[in-house]
Design a protein around this ligand. Structure first.
Ligand SMILES: [Fe+2]
Length: 269
């Protein structure tokens, strides 16, 4: 891939994805209980899963928030999705167009990188491969993903905003939202809308590994503020977000993208 100067987005990885989704017929989202990823991770040592979820305790503050009191903490990584592994791509800034993010769009945001243990671990590979098999639409060419570890906290004095930009699109093809942890929290209701802002789905993610996967080209999404639960002085909500899109890099992007993971196929994990 073309290298970019520090702080600059990699142009071919951050372009606005094709505006025409491949499958107009199917539902534009899927909402899974914790069973999907729970089953997929059943073959992974429990210690590895605990280490993965525990890594949310080591996220630096999001310095791009522009608030006096940080309430969002995150790490980010970029990968080419190979049939048997995730190939880590050079760390680069995360970039969204201003048309999809009116708060932070148009500004490259350089987040802390994922740790080597998270990026190279069996848990992340298993999760990404599983999510890719359950995209709400064609997955051909979806060979690249951005991985965000995000923690939003709330106290009685400072509420947390998972989506300070309000209802929005992320500027990708598909986006998976995986709940990792929700403790002492009220609010944080997820909402999906069609492109005319008509409500499509509302959900409160409460069970760890509960997951929504949406077609970002066909839906808008938002999350209500995070507040401490009644009687709690603080709360925390940890999310894993995975953005899927064509990398346009060194691999073919059509059906023959090297994967043999058709329904009933052989892609591991
Ligand atoms: Fe978003």
């Amino acid at each position: 891939m073309t290298s970019s100067p520090p702080g600059a987005p990699a142009p071919h990885l951050t372009r606005t994805p094709p505006g025409t989704p491949g499958a107009q017929a199917g539902p534009p989202f899927v909402h899974f209980g914790p069973e999907l990823l729970g089953a997929a991770l059943g073959g992974v040592p429990a210690g590895a899963v605990e280490e993965f979820t525990g890594s949310w305790d080591d996220l630096p503050a999001d310095t791009h928030l522009g608030t006096g009191t940080p309430y969002r903490f995150r790490r980010y990584g970029l990968f080419r999705i190979r049939p048997d592994r995730l190939e880590r791509l050079p760390h680069t800034a995360f970039f969204q167009d201003k048309s999809v993010n009116k708060v932070h769009g148009g500004v490259p945001r350089l987040f802390a990188p994922l740790t080597g243990a998270v990026a190279g671990g069996e848990v992340l590979r298993t999760v990404v491969h599983t999510l890719r098999r359950h995209l709400p639409g064609p997955r051909a060419g979806m060979d690249t993903c951005g991985v965000h570890q995000i923690r939003v906290t709330a106290t009685t004095r400072t509420e947390g905003h998972p989506a300070p930009e309000g209802v929005h699109q992320d500027g990708h093809c598909y986006v998976a939202q995986v709940l990792i942890r929700r403790e002492g929290v009220s609010g944080a209701e997820s909402a999906l809308y069609d492109l005319r802002s008509r409500p499509v789905h509302r959900a409160l993610l409460t069970a760890p590994l509960e997951t929504i996967v949406l077609d970002d080209r066909r839906l808008l999404h938002g999350v209500s503020p995070v507040r401490p639960a009644p009687g709690a002085s603080s709360g925390v909500r940890d999310m894993l977000l995975v953005d899927f899109f064509p990398g346009g890099g060194d691999g073919p992007a059509g059906d023959g993208d090297g994967f043999t993971d058709g329904e009933g196929g052989t892609l591991p994990g």
